[in-house]
Write a new protein. Structure first.
Length: 255
């Protein structure tokens, strides 16, 4: 009788391990809520902006997460490493997300990906160019298997991912960098397939873009009084990502 009770207890504990949150396994994936963008002043005009460059401040081979396949999500986890930015995150896809998220928040984003003609000419309207540098990526992947632990016996798949992005805003009119700030994005759910991992990363990036749209300093830079020239304080040293800070910058921090 005691033996049967021990077996039931063991099964209960085993099932309990199966339903533990994925966040408790693998690497620490930071959860981030999406903020609501503030309402621009009624008399403000949106300054035309466009997406610039996408860079990843990650080295090939850096561990960004963990992957486990089995009856539970408890591990041991195999490492997920950064391959290349081209494989993990495509600039054109990020540019499309940038246009979608910022346009929905009321910004004037040039270079509409749905535009059939003169897209490049439309991009030339931009007064501000916003470039992104991905500085942190974290991802946990779990593929839960049934009792037989075979590929056809998948009972559930989970992926969670987070990114941190340093943003640089450059004024084409003044030929100087006017703002640096950082945002984070997070997503969970989805498929643990190769495409699912990339999709999770893209969704986390979309969250970081949405939080850029809600950033008050970025909002101030991207809206100006009607009839007024852009007058955002500039950095002492300009150019692009990695430039020095000045009065007009908010150094990227651990947001």
């Amino acid at each position: 009788m005691g033996g049967m009770a021990s077996i039931r207890l063991w099964i209960t504990l085993w099932i309990g391990l199966c339903v533990l949150p994925l966040a408790g396994c693998g690497v620490n994936v930071r959860k981030t809520e999406i903020a609501e963008p503030p309402t621009p002043p009624a008399e403000a005009r949106p300054v035309p902006v466009r997406f610039g460059e996408l860079q990843a401040k990650l080295r090939r081979g850096d561990r960004i997460g963990g992957y486990v396949i089995g009856f539970t999500c408890m591990g041991p986890f195999d490492p997920i490493t950064w391959t290349t930015g081209r494989e993990m995150m495509d600039r054109s896809d990020v540019a499309d997300m940038f246009h979608e998220e910022l346009s929905a928040a009321g910004y004037d984003v040039t270079g509409n990906p749905g535009r059939l003609f003169e897209r490049e000419e439309d991009e030339e309207r931009a007064e501000l160019v916003v470039s992104a540098q991905v500085t942190d990526v974290k991802m946990n992947v779990c593929r839960k298997m049934g009792w037989w632990l075979i590929q056809s016996d998948v009972i559930g798949e989970e992926v969670e991912a987070s990114v941190k992005v340093d943003w640089t805003v450059y004024s084409r009119l003044d030929r100087r960098m006017v703002l640096r700030t950082s945002t984070r994005g997070y997503t969970e759910g989805g498929s643990a397939t190769e495409d699912g991992k990339i999709l999770a990363l893209e969704q986390a990036m979309a969250g970081a873009i949405a939080n850029l749209a809600a950033d008050p300093d970025f909002r101030a830079a991207a809206f100006a009084a009607r009839g007024a020239d852009l007058s955002v304080p500039a950095l002492e040293r300009g150019g692009g990502i990695g430039g020095g800070g000045g009065r007009g910058s908010r150094p990227p921090g651990d947001n």
